[in-house]
Design a protein around this ligand. Sequence first.
Ligand code: PMP
Length: 408
Amino acid sequence: MSAVTSAVGRSRVSARIGGISESATLAVDAKAKALKAAGRPVIGFAAGEPDFPTPEPIVQAAIAAASDPKNHRYTPAAGLPELRDVIAAKTRRDSGYDVQASQVIVTNGGKQAVYQAFATLLDPGDEVLLPAPYWTTYPEAITLAGGVPVPVMTDESTNYLATVEQLEAARTPRTKALLHCSPSNPTGSVYPREQVEAIGRWAVENGVWVVADEIYEHLVYDGAKAESMPVVVPELADTCVIVNGVAKTYAMTGWRVGWMISPADVTKAAANLQSHLTSNVCNIAQRAAINALSGPLDAVHEMRTAFDRRRKTIVEMLSSIPGVDVPTPQGAFYVYPSVKGLLGKEIRGKKAETSLDLASIVLEEAEVAVVPGEAFGTPGYFRLSYALSDTDLVAGVDRMSDLLREAL
Ligand code: PMP
């Protein structure tokens, strides 16, 4: 009997779950951790989270909530009514999207909102257009829901922005939805208003739903603005799901509070799903989120100033490395340089055929962790997060730069 089959010849792990691929980030991440554990001074550019602590008033709200017995019980699966109100008000304030609290479901992070949006929208075989490079969770969430991710390839020549022409070329009778993420993880690109409008109109005309991930909405630079697609194209409201959360704006990645906003029928169906899946998000985290979302945006503005400074530094430093081509991102806290100019070369006797190889060499030889483009559907690139201290940022890029200059 094979180890992977049971006595009756069935797979031990279902095909559905067995089909979830291991994240390409894991290989590098596991190595980075092993090196660190062995005492090596690894500098990490791989983390997708702010390096700041959660602002103190938010933490205090959680401490008070923990001592209040009303938070020790089950609460409505779709979220605390007060938080759903605050999210609707915050959405009107920040993006101008006029939504009702009844359209909001509070989820365990934006990640659960992504899963639930696709689980609720997709039937088996439904296709989802997915501009690449894409955040590594999207294709898995689509596939798990029975859908088919259809990558729409973009590159640095267009700042990684997909055009209506590209989307139209990828559309088929099975196209159910488009995933739109701006500012983007992994590229930091921000779609300008005209392009958001053109894509939104195309989606309405062709009956394509839009799942719009707005989690980096407040992290924009150089005067760029994160435009909310259903605000720019109001006719889209009936076929649009917004995904958002407190993680990136308030340095609250560990608190696990996100949300989805959708039309009434989708909200009802997704709330039914959530009622059997996770029930309510931790009440203490929800109370902290109420404090965060009803308070000022001062803390995110401070973080943004720091990120902006680091963004300029990292772009300037990376641009000077031969073989590295880096567009200037206008959002989030990532840069996404092409390293294609270094592929096929040898560094310290090791050949870098792919960006995955090159990331391994950079980790082993320069003790710097970056995520290779393979993780985001576009080999030939690196993703670097600049959510780390200015000193580490400069030291890390210096080390990588010295190494890459040895490429033969
Ligand atoms: N969307 C994007 C584009 C992200 O980068 C992330 C976090 N990496 C999320 C959603 C989910 O964030 P969380 O689950 O922590 O709220």
